[in-house]
Design a binder for this molecule. Structure first.
Ligand code: G16
Length: 543
């Protein structure tokens, strides 16, 4: 075994987005592409020699090859130990859990999350810091700077490691522990939730369908739901992780999880449905003929949190991303705690969680989590819902409707315009920004603009400032329109339009969402000139 130094050149465009570097697999397979980025990560980590790194991915195409390369580069860099999940696999929340439990220096997560996989699909790589969460912007900026000056990378010529057998291996002076990727995570879930109560719920005949979308959530859901909680075999569907997710888009929303939605309809449907995404950090909650909006899910978990043992003492605060609906704010107000509003990107929750300022966090993009780890956590949210349903005996539908009756309903929808021309998308955002100074106070179709700005966030813990995090138009009645460009797409640009309207009147809680938001949809289309600028008359995906 020897370490070799290989000459390389900077490769343009290796800038981490909302959640790490995501590109087409074909780009990651180009010579030196992965190696340049990994070396840039390592070169920006001071004091990492001799330390422990956790490594694994969601099992998508190219995962195994990338894991072997990273192990050899980690050894050449001088890490003391790498903990890698069997098969090179780890869900994103499980990596966060293991980093924290092992006191590791950090971790590398291989995933493009909800993006499609396979040889022509997407791949991604992300560095997580010692708190278990995604690296903050100052770290990702430093990594990006290194990708612009890199001249060489170092790699061991050791043979591949047997990733499929749990045990201890070595490359150069570095120890490699191939571990069970599920065990630590399953133990943590048992600390947080009342497994006896959930087991009793299933024993009473409660039925559930969990769609793992042929992704990494399958092994975790099978072990916990069908194993530890004795849910009937077959509760977990699409439970075998596939390199291409069976050709599907592993994004748990009503559009991409259409199979689950179909099974949740009618009198014979299970009592409870749920799905998780490519790397198992997102979740969708479904009742019989009833989809729970992610923003509502966060608010409902917050309002009922003390029913779960891990949250019995109450919440210190809630945090949500800016485009997420303000339903959680109403719960926070009732609880007498703060609700923080952060830019999109789970990394922005890290400081609030570390500082003990927030207990629960959530996003409109089907992400919910808490201070138990530093990533969002799909199965955690599902178990939280199960714990609540087990404790109060309600149906999903009743629980949500009672919540709306108490707090009012925040009608909410996101319209995505995917793979549009990047220059046109940038111009649309500039067109919006140019209008901001003149929008405040104006009347748009009977809605008075109370605030129009480009969201800027000052982290209350470290004072760092993040600018241009989304154009928002807030109306006097609390309704909102938000525009931003996605930071996770790999093709052209994706325009996200977020729409929210508050309705306190209980008799008006049954309007179809798109109807309830029709006025705002029309205003947004006009103000941003969406059709003319994107060439699209309809969004690609409506959730
Ligand atoms: C990532 C981030 C989330 C964000 C989502 C969508 O999730 O961690 O915070 O909400 O992307 O981001 P964007 O709107 O920029 O596409 P994931 O599940 O893709 O890792």
């Amino acid at each position: 075994m020897a370490t070799t130094t290989i000459s390389t050149q900077p490769i343009p465009g290796q800038k981490p987005g909302t959640s790490g570097l995501r590109k087409k697999v074909t780009i990651f397979r180009e010579p030196s592409y992965l190696e340049n980025f990994v070396q840039s990560i390592f070169d920006s980590l001071e004091g990492s020699q001799g330390q422990t790194l956790v490594l694994g991915g969601d099992g998508r195409f190219h995962n195994r090859v990338a894991v072997q390369t990273i192990l050899k580069m980690a050894a050449a860099h001088g890490f003391g130990r790498v903990m890698v999940g069997r098969g090179g696999l780890f869900s994103t929340p499980a990596i966060s859990c293991v980093i924290r439990k092992a006191g590791a220096f950090g971790g590398i997560v291989l995933s493009a999350s909800h993006n499609p996989g396979g040889p022509d699909g997407d791949f991604g790589i992300k560095y997580n810091v010692g708190n278990g969460g995604p690296a903050p912007e100052k770290v990702t900026d430093a990594i990006y700077a290194k990708t612009g000056t890199i001249r060489e990378y170092r790699i061991s010529d050791a043979p591949d490691v047997d990733l499929d057998t749990i045990g201890r291996y070595a490359i150069e002076n570095m120890t490699i522990d191939v571990i069970d990727p599920v065990a630590d995570y399953a133990a943590l879930m048992q600390d947080l939730f009342d497994f006896d109560a959930i087991r009793a719920l299933f024993a009473r005949g409660f039925t559930m369908r969990f769609d793992a979308m042929s992704a990494i959530g399958g092994p975790y859901a099978k072990t916990i739901l069908e194993g530890l909680l004795s849910a009937p075999a077959g509760t977990v569907t699409h439970g075998e992780p596939l390199e291409d997710f069976g050709g599907h888009h592993p994004d748990p929303n009503p559009v991409n999880a259409a199979d689950l939605i179909a099974h949740m309809s009618g009198a014979a449907a299970p009592d409870f449905g749920a799905a998780s995404d490519g790397d198992a950090d997102r979740n969708m909650i479904v009742g019989r003929d009833f989809c729970v909006a992610p923003s509502d899910s966060l608010a409902i978990l917050a309002a009922n949190a003390t029913l779960a043992p891990g949250y019995r003492d109450g919440l210190v605060g809630i945090a949500r991303s800016m485009p997420t609906s303000t339903a959680a704010d109403r719960v926070a107000a009732a609880l007498g705690i703060r609700c923080y509003e952060t830019p999109t990107g789970w990394k922005f929750f890290g400081n609030l969680l570390d500082a003990g300022m927030a207990t629960l966090c959530g996003e409109e993009s089907y992400g919910t989590g808490s201070n138990h780890i530093r990533e969002k956590d799909g199965l955690w949210a599902v178990l939280f819902w199960l714990n609540i349903l087990a404790a109060n005996g309600k149906t999903v539908d009743t629980l949500v409707r009672e919540h709306w009756a108490r707090f009012g309903r925040n009608y909410y929808s996101r319209h995505d315009y995917e793979a549009i021309d990047s220059a046109a998308a940038a111009a649309l955002m500039e067109h919006l920004r140019a209008q901001l100074p003149s929008l405040a106070g104006r009347d748009l179709d009977g809605y008075t603009v109370a605030l129009a700005d480009d969201f800027e966030y000052t982290d209350p813990v470290d004072g760092s400032v993040s600018k241009q995090q989304g154009v928002r138009i807030v109306f006097a009645d609390g309704s909102r329109i938000v525009f931003r460009l996605s930071g996770t797409g790999t093709e052209g640009a994706t325009l996200r339009l977020y729409l929210e309207r508050y309705e306190a009147d209980l008799t008006k809680h049954d309007i179809p969402t798109q109807t309830a938001l029709a006025d705002l949809i029309a205003i947004a289309g006009r103000v941003a000139d969406i059709a003319a600028r994107t060439g699209r008359t309809e969004p690609t995906v409506v959730t």
